[in-house]
Design a binder for this molecule. Structure first.
Ligand SMILES: Nc1ncnc2c1ncn2[C@@H]1O[C@H](COP(=O)(O)OP(=O)(O)OP(=O)(O)O)[C@@H](O)[C@H]1O
Ligand SMILES: [Mg+2]
Length: 247
């Protein structure tokens, strides 16, 4: 079977070359639909990598292939329909919540699936919202969930999730996790999920990609990553939040 997504020798330089690349030699294949947790300390380039995968940043070396088709040979708009990035800090378009949801469908020339919206709004804890409300006025956590819903409407093949539950209360976080788990099973969507929430990574993912020392340092099954990380860096990363919780 051909891999779904291939990361081939990706390298991103920093703005100043003096201190070496932000990351290099980042290679990985996703052979079958999976939820992958992308972990690593702050500043390693996780968001930068997701933006590259989503064709939102084309200044890099190497290549990304979706079903063996190069990102470089694909129109960015059609790529972004299939590989969708949900940002760490979501940006709403001007206008109402409904306009925000509709615009994405219009942009990509697909029908607006109002039934899906009505199905997902309560399941994401957003049914209290007036759809005519100005999207700029939403809270950070509401914006993140509207932004997730906006991406789900495209039924992407790959969903890139950047700390999308970071500003949510526990109940809302669990709702999002459940929606995404079911979506993954029903639609077969591959998800690359950046999170600093170790419990979430452990529960939700099948595979862990750990970034460190300017590269993809570990690529392992989730259970073996947490039970037996191959590097000292990963060991420290896993232990740090636990120590924090205990103090
Ligand atoms: N387009 C870019 N070109 C070069 N460097 C960038 C670019 N965007 C961000 N950076 C720098 O790359 C570094 C990594 O940023 P990035 O946001 O990808 O880290 P991160 O791993 O997502 O961190 P966090 O866990 O805090 O979100 C930062 O020092 C940032 O300033
Ligand atoms: Mg980030």
């Amino acid at each position: 079977m051909k891999p779904i997504l291939q990361l081939q020798q990706l390298r991103k330089n920093r703005n100043s070359l003096e201190s070496g690349p932000l990351f290099a030699n980042v290679s990985a294949d996703i052979a079958e639909p999976a939820i992958i947790a992308l972990l690593g300390v702050s500043g390693q380039g996780k968001s930068t990598l997701l933006r590259m995968l989503a064709a939102l940043d084309n200044i890099y070396e190497g290549d990304v292939r979706l079903h063996n088709v190069s990102q470089r040979e694909t129109d960015p708009r059609s790529w972004r329909m299939k590989v969708c990035y949900v940002a760490q800090q979501s940006v709403m378009l001007h206008g109402s919540i409904e306009q925000n949801l509709k615009t994405v469908s219009q942009l990509h020339r697909i029908p607006y699936d109002v039934k899906l919206v009505q199905h997902l709004l309560p399941r994401l804890g957003l049914d209290h919202l007036d759809m005519g409300k100005n999207a700029d006025q939403l809270s950070g956590g509401e914006k993140q969930r509207v932004s997730l819903l906006r991406s789900l409407l495209l039924h992407p093949e790959v969903l890139l999730l950047d700390e999308i539950t970071a500003s949510l209360d526990r109940g809302s976080k669990e709702m999002v996790e459940q929606v995404l788990e079911e979506w993954h099973h029903q639609e077969g969507t591959t998800m690359i999920w950046v999170t600093h929430d170790i419990v979430q990574a452990r529960q939700m993912s099948k595979t862990v990609w750990f970034m460190g020392e300017g590269t993809l340092l570990e690529n392992s099954a989730t259970a073996s990553f947490f039970e037996q990380p191959a590097t000292e860096l990963a060991r420290n990363y896993i232990q740090a939040p636990v120590q924090k919780e205990q103090t």
